[in-house]
Design a protein around this ligand. Structure first.
Ligand code: GMT
Length: 373
């Protein structure tokens, strides 16, 4: 098969999943074309069967906004024609699914379109009434639509009401990139003492991530358990967190690590990971941490409760319940047998349910169905 993929290539779960899936398809012998504004960041080296087509969006002084969507559609149409693509896999209903549909029309070819919903297109943009009809159009005109969790699928039906079958295909990452390792040398290099526990928060620090709840939860943990908080990533709420941390006088217990390409090494230093978002269609950072052996505490929001089996493979709490989150955390960090027990169940569970092979098989069989193979 010849597959064109469009995603947001910068940091973020959707770009990671799109890239890993493309690489997996290339490994299986399919011809893969990434059509994106930048090289997807997890594409570390040249890979056979993979071509990258860069979309260059020019700014023209006469237009108020650069024409990203149109430029992308025209580029996709060129790639469809130049390489005779069979399938477009578009990540996000807006704008990418719509760009795919437009590209198909521009190219005049009967390329099949799969759209994967990742979250923000539905859980944030979906509530913007000025975009709802466009999102519905993107979904209904795609040949196959997938969602990264049941929760996102249900919300899509509620908010967008598309006349379309949506199939859940969970996210995955390449397991080999997240080996189960506890790296004591690295902990020492980062100034972490032997008897200190490490709590990690990896995020793009948007409002939906409720960073203040993460800091508050850590503050409550830190009063009871000697610990450090690693903040990885950057975004609008980071400065707010900085001020809160200063106000709580816990600056000496927090490491601000900024954007990092290799998050896996920070999980290897960690004992616990927090994801206390108010909206989260899946929470790919949870999966990455869990594969490494780090037990998570998340909220009951969106797909988090599909990733964490509450009480079995981590804990989930109601959004904003930092008391409960810190109680669970303290229990886990002070009860080794509880931790180990949960950790082994967790690793077995995520390796099975989110196995790269199983998930890539599901996508490949959808591709085959679309082509009638
Ligand atoms: O979490 C973000 O803000 C980034 C966004 C993205 O584009 O990667 O993440 C969304 O897609 C990921 C991959 O499917 C999911 O794991 C995240 O849960 C989802 N984010 C939200 O729903 C807020």
């Amino acid at each position: 098969m010849k597959i064109g993929i469009t995603c947001y290539p910068s940091m973020g779960g959707s770009g990671i999943v799109a890239t890993e899936l493309g690489l997996e398809m290339a490994k299986r012998g399919h011809e893969v074309h990434f059509i994106t504004s930048n090289m997807p960041f997890r594409m570390r080296e040249p890979v056979p069967n993979v071509t990258f087509h860069q979309v260059d969006v020019n700014q023209y002084s006469v237009f108020q906004y650069p024409p990203y969507d149109i430029t992308l559609s025209a580029k996709i149409a060129d790639v469809i024609n130049d390489y005779d693509l069979d399938i477009l896999h578009m990540h996000y209903a807006v704008p990418h699914a719509i760009c795919g549909i437009l590209a198909r029309q521009i190219s005049g070819k009967d390329v099949k379109i799969m759209t994967t919903l990742h979250g923000t297109d539905i859980t944030v943009l979906g509530y913007d009434t000025s975009l709802q009809s466009a999102i519905r159009f993107g979904i209904e005109k795609s040949d196959v639509v997938t969602s990264v969790s049941d929760s996102l699928k249900e919300e899509t039906y509620e908010v967008i009401e598309p006349d379309k079958d949506i199939q859940t295909i969970y996210n995955f990452v390449q397991e080999d990139n997240f080996p189960q390792v506890y790296n004591t040398d690295l902990r020492t290099r980062y100034g972490i003492e032997e008897d200190e526990k490490v709590i990690t928060f990896v995020s793009n620090f948007r409002k939906v991530k409720r960073v203040h709840d993460v800091v508050e939860t850590f503050y409550k943990i830190n009063k009871n358990v000697k610990s450090k908080l690693l903040l990885i990533g950057d975004g609008p709420e980071l400065q707010v967190a900085r001020e809160q941390i200063k106000h709580l006088n816990i600056e000496n217990h927090v490491l601000f690590l900024g954007k990092q390409d290799e998050v896996n090494i920070f999980y290897q230093m960690s004992d616990l990971t927090l994801l206390l978002s108010e909206k989260e269609s899946f929470g790919l950072v949870l999966l990455e941490a869990m594969l490494t052996g780090v037990v998570p505490i998340g909220t009951n929001a969106g797909g988090i409760k599909e990733v964490i089996k509450n009480g079995e493979t981590g804990y989930t709490v109601d959004v904003g319940d930092t008391d409960k989150a810190s109680e669970y955390a303290i229990e886990l960090l002070t009860n080794e047998s509880l931790y180990k027990n949960m950790q082994s169940k967790m690793i077995a569970d995520v390796r099975k349910r989110f196995s790269s092979k199983v998930i890539a098989d599901q996508y490949e069989s959808c591709y085959n169905d679309m082509l009638g193979v």
